[in-house]
Design a protein around this ligand. Structure first.
Ligand code: PLP
Length: 388
């Protein structure tokens, strides 16, 4: 927040700022989806929907999930929410309460510990090995678990690292959670923005028995470039879906109705929608290759996590540390310095629970990536060898 607000001040003062801090696609919502939202308003679909969402959207999402996992999905398992964030909120508030410990692998997406705290439960951070892309293992989870562990929030592909859990890794963690009676909240919002396979593995790819104590969180924000429409969803056991829907009915009533209609067009995924999605993913793929090549060329000593999904590059901050700085670089200090000196806005790893690292978003035009990395290179980083 501090870096973002300083970036705004500098821009207002006339500085040329390259903003590589965005957490959302830079593309407009595909035309067909947007038009269907506009038509929904014109046609008078401007009333409340059922709390769990319009049946046609829940069915469209269930059909999409069924195509992914190759199994029939009951639309009663799907609750449509105001963004994936509300699905996370619903899950945390329904499943956790005072005295419960919830494991959160770090680096984490910023809201997880806050949501667990708001539910009066206790987030327990699990710090994994940067050399493994910060992916946690069952042994690390078991070590951190202790008694009263009630939940785990997993995110693959990860924001901020882009790391993707393999099918086997996910299966091992889901099996551990099932054996331990731990609720697994699986944030799968980036699974379709994947560079190693068509879709990153998710809970629905596993044996259905492993999904019984899981809540899958996903949404339209990233994959359809619809962040401002605020449509997400959860997929869970129908009994839990009913409880989450009951909670939601008291908090926001329902997600925005015209946006739900637009999202139904997106999830039904006609040829034009599919083509638009493929084009966006293709662009992210090119930018990912470009940003890695730029780092390798201009910042050869700076180690980063290889982003196999999402649209972020998570790299070490200590290359920009100065004599007298702490052993683990203060990422807020380094990002502030880089912003002041180079005009490049980035997000400090501290915001994700991993100081010593910095997140760059490649959801921007390639020219900005080139200019941004060149500016970072001008500030002459030190060479570093390991990823920790
Ligand atoms: N989960 C992760 C990992 C995210 O990166 C984001 C947005 O940045 C969200 C959830 C929230 O998504 P939404 O905008 O649909 O609430």
């Amino acid at each position: 927040m501090a870096v973002a607000s300083r970036a705004r001040e500098l821009r207002a003062a006339g500085r040329d700022i390259i903003d590589l801090s965005a957490g959302e696609p830079d593309f407009p919502t595909p035309g067909l989806i947007a038009e269907s939202g506009i038509a929904a308003i014109r046609d008078g679909h401007t009333h409340y929907s059922p709390a769990a969402g319009l049946p046609m959207l829940r069915e469209a999402i269930a059909a999409e999930l069924g195509r992914q996992g190759g199994q029939e999905i009951d639309a009663a398992s799907v609750v449509v929410t105001a963004g994936a964030k509300q699905a996370l909120f619903n899950a945390c508030f329904t499943l956790f309460g005072p005295g419960d410990r919830v494991l959160v692998p770090a680096p984490y997406w910023t809201s997880y510990p806050a949501l667990v705290h708001l539910a009066r439960a206790e987030p327990v951070l699990v710090h994994a090995d940067p050399e493994r892309g910060f992916k946690v293992t069952v042994a690390e989870l078991e070590r951190a678990a202790g008694a009263r562990v009630h939940g785990l929030i997993l995110n693959s592909p990860s924001n901020p690292t882009g790391a993707v859990y393999t099918h086997e890794e996910l299966e091992a963690i889901a099996s551990w959670a099932a054996e331990r009676d731990v609720w697994l909240i699986s944030d799968e919002i980036y699974t379709r923005i994947s560079y190693v396979q068509e879709r990153a593995p998710g809970i629905l790819d596993l044996n259905p028995a492993l999904g019984r104590r899981a809540v899958v969180v996903d949404g339209a924000s990233k994959i359809f470039a619809m962040t401002g429409w605020r449509i997400g969803y959860s997929y869970s056991d129908p009994a839990l879906a009913r409880r989450m829907s009951a909670l939601q009915s008291q908090v926001t009533s329902c997600a925005n109705t015209p946006a739900q209609i637009a999202a139904a067009t997106a999830y039904r995924g006609g040829t034009a929608v599919q083509a638009a999605v493929q084009q966006m993913i293709g662009t992210f793929r090119r930018r990912r290759a470009r940003v890695m090549a730029l780092f390798d060329e201009h910042l050869p000593g700076v180690r980063y996590v290889r982003p196999d999904g999402a649209f972020y590059l998570f790299f070490r901050a200590d290359a920009w540390a100065e004599p007298g700085d702490a052993a683990v670089a203060d990422s807020v200090e380094v990002c502030t310095r880089l912003l002041e000196r180079t005009g490049v806005a980035l997000v400090p790893g501290a915001a994700f629970g991993s100081d010593g690292f910095i997140r760059l978003s490649f959801a921007v035009a390639e020219e900005l990536l080139v200019e941004g990395v060149q500016r970072l290179a001008v500030s002459r980083p030190r060479r570093t060898d390991a990823l920790r």
